[in-house]
Design a protein around this ligand. Structure first.
Ligand SMILES: *Cc1c(COP(=O)(O)O)cnc(C)c1O
Length: 429
């Protein structure tokens, strides 16, 4: 395939590299401008998109995002709003693209972790309500008001500063009250929420647009702690109402709770990991048809035929059996292809699983094409430029993010964030 879908939205923003002409570089550092070929136009240089600069990229299938929104929407009662959690660059999938897709598919709200993540969405022209999932430092208040980003609130000092700044500028200061019902991360403790709301309630600019909590164990088999958090949250909301305080949009469900516990859906639910196609826990497998949106691609950059017993990569803890080709691909642990996977995963080449061998390097890794193990099947013949899948499915074989997480003892959230650190993204619509 070509790379027409490439958005230029890489994990890192290299756009400034394109704006500086070689000639101005030369002036800047005093070197000889004759050393540069200045005759290339910016358009010509920009046309060399990410995967043509380095042969590795992530594909994000936006139709999978739409599909997963549909799975969640069908689970929610009509009228229950859906908040797409797009923090950490949409778990590595690209915040702007995912947000636009999720909103078009039926999400009404977005959630981010940081003020900068919110600003990025606004600058991309996204108008939907954006909730920042924690309370930023008070010094960030001008940005919240300028970009209409709703903070989570749980300290009186922040709330008052926020309300006063809004008042000064003649605008409202909407927020969601975060309630700590037992996770003990952030939020006003559940039994102090009414008192807290009363203490800040005098401020005319402040508007409590929502009240939420977060579950620590909605994805766990054991339900005791979950049940306690849910009970505390329901009691808190009831107590707020009894005190004459409008809690606004009441929400608590993450992906696991959306899929497992309909009683948590309330006014709105926050879809994170399952938006990207992953099951929050083994219990939901088989019940919901989620589709992973991310796959990881590369092209072979070198093919070696090491003789029997020669080693491969740092440490040489793999040795050639003499009838293998060793192929290098430009994906390493600095691309989130975690070094602890060394020798433990496979890549898909030509529709077959091939063992990744040798230690994964910072920027490259190697895999083995065994020339004997294919019986009467067509003999594999790897070449520089051939495409390889490091995560994805082809020809009935698959390597999934979840497989890799199993090996690593981590969760897809973490692996996806890492994989988007440096590899450019190609979007499939
Ligand atoms: C990250 C986050 C979510 C999304 O959780 P998933 O398990 O990925 O669905 C929801 N709510 C809060 C407060 C979060 O921090």
């Amino acid at each position: 395939m070509g790379f027409n879908a490439f958005s230029g939205e890489a994990g890192q923003d290299f756009s400034d590299l394109l704006k500086t002409t070689p000639a101005s570089d030369a002036r800047g550092n005093g070197s000889d401008s004759a050393a540069f070929a200045a005759g290339f136009s910016d358009e010509e240089l920009e046309a060399v998109v990410g995967p043509e600069r380095r042969w590795s990229w992530i594909e994000i299938d936006l139709s999978a995002i739409r599909h997963n929104i549909g799975v969640a929407k069908r689970r929610l009662a009509p009228g229950c709003k859906l908040m797409a959690v797009v923090k950490a660059n949409a778990y590595g999938h690209g915040a702007v693209q995912v947000s636009k897709t999720a909103l078009a598919a039926g999400a009404s709200h977005l959630a981010v972790a940081t003020v900068n993540e919110g600003i990025q969405l606004r600058r991309a022209g996204i108008e939907a309500p954006v909730l920042v999932l924690s309370e930023p430092p008070a010094s960030a208040i001008p940005l919240l008001l300028r970009y209409r980003l709703m903070p989570s609130v749980y300290t009186v000092e922040f709330a008052v500063a926020y309300g006063e700044a809004a008042d000064t500028h003649g605008v409202r200061a909407p927020y969601h009250l975060a309630v700590n019902t037992g996770m003990n991360r952030i939020g006003v403790r559940f039994d102090e929420a009414v008192e807290f709301a009363r203490r800040i309630g005098f401020h005319r600019a402040l508007v409590q647009e929502g009240t939420f909590t977060h579950f620590a164990t909605a994805d766990c088999a054991e339900t005791l702690d979950f049940t306690m958090q849910l009970r505390r949250f329901n009691e808190t909301v009831a107590a707020l109402r009894a005190a004459g305080i409008d809690p606004g949009l009441v929400h608590c469900a993450n992906s696991a709770a959306i899929l497992r516990y309909p009683e948590t859906h309330m006014d709105m639910a926050r879809l994170g990991i399952s938006l990207y196609g992953f099951h929050p826990c083994p219990e939901t497998r088989g019940y919901f048809d989620l589709r992973p949106a991310m796959s990881v691609h590369a092209r072979i950059t070198a093919v070696n035929t090491p003789p029997l017993s020669e080693g491969v990569s740092y440490g040489m803890n793999y040795r050639s059996t003499g009838s293998v080709k060793i192929c290098a691909v430009p994906v390493g642990y600095a691309d989130g292809f975690v070094r602890a996977l060394s020798g433990r995963t496979s890549v898909i080449y030509d529709g077959r699983l091939c063992r990744q061998v040798g230690n994964i390097c910072m920027d490259q890794c190697m895999f083995e094409v065994d020339l004997r193990s294919h019986g009467t099947a067509r003999r594999p013949d790897p070449h520089v430029g051939d495409e390889v899948l490091l995560v994805g499915a082809q020809n009935g074989v698959a390597v999934t993010i979840e497989d890799l997480c199993e090996l690593l003892g981590t969760i897809p959230h973490e692996l996806c964030c890492g994989l988007s650190m440096r590899m450019p993204k190609v979007y499939l619509r």
